[in-house]
Design a protein around this ligand. Structure first.
Ligand code: CA
Length: 225
């Protein structure tokens, strides 16, 4: 059974999420402020964390950074919750490396779908093996990426996205397909997610960033070396 940690100070929203997840056979832990959230993350090592951005004591971005800086919690997928007005916050969250986000108010059904997609993505990648796409080398059991034997730290979502593109090297992948296959989205409302992830992948790829190509009017592709 998967455990989901919900870090949300609005009690009503936290309860609504909890009820929906438990109805879907997911175990939940609750925290109503940032510091308690961090403590519970270390204590329970959940399979996924739902993190509100506006939190008392320690805000969501600070909590997120602390989780990503610790080996125990680094690779736990994080879905951020943001208020509609806080566009800047949301972009900041994605640029820090959140795996997904939802804007309030959201439908509980949508949240459940996103969580299932994130969990599936994360679990699936724990059970396969090695994949080579020079100069990239993917170890899908440890979720590690090497470029010419140098380790590149990626989040679970960045890893999945780059792997998906590398498995289809030299073939442009359209935005719609990427959002659907990697995030489970069925519309393009969240296409900014894709661009921020691609931007981060380029930064992390460093000397190899030229292999990640934007294909005008289509989407992205990895070109062979
Ligand atoms: Ca809040």
């Amino acid at each position: 059974m998967h455990t989901i940690l919900i870090i949300e100070d609005e009690i009503d929203i936290a309860e609504l999420i909890r009820l929906n997840l438990e109805r879907n056979q997911l175990h939940t832990e609750l925290a109503h402020d940032g510091q308690t959230g961090i403590n519970k993350a270390f204590e329970h090592l959940p399979d996924l964390i739902i993190l509100d951005l506006m939190l008392p004591i320690k805000d969501g971005i600070a909590v997120f950074k602390e989780l990503r800086n610790d080996n125990r919690t680094r690779s736990i997928p994080v879905l951020m919750l943001t208020a509609k007005a806080q566009v800047e916050d949301r972009i900041a969250g994605l640029e820090e490396g959140a795996d997904d986000y939802l804007t309030k108010p959201f439908s509980p059904k949508e949240l459940t779908l996103r969580i299932k997609s994130l969990l599936k993505r994360h679990t699936k990648s724990e059970h396969s093996s090695l994949f080579d796409c020079p100069p990239f080398k993917f170890n899908t059991s440890t979720m590690q990426l090497y470029a010419e034997n140098e380790l590149i730290e990626l989040t679970a979502t960045e890893f999945k996205l780059l792997l998906y593109l590398c498995e289809r090297v030299d073939t442009p992948q359209n935005r719609h397909t990427l959002l659907k296959e990697v995030w489970g989205y069925h519309d393009e409302v969240n296409s900014r997610t894709l661009d921020t992830h691609m931007k981060r992948l380029r930064q992390k790829a460093g000397d190899h960033s030229h292999l990640i190509e934007t294909v005008r009017g289509i989407g992205y592709q990895i070109i062979s070396q």
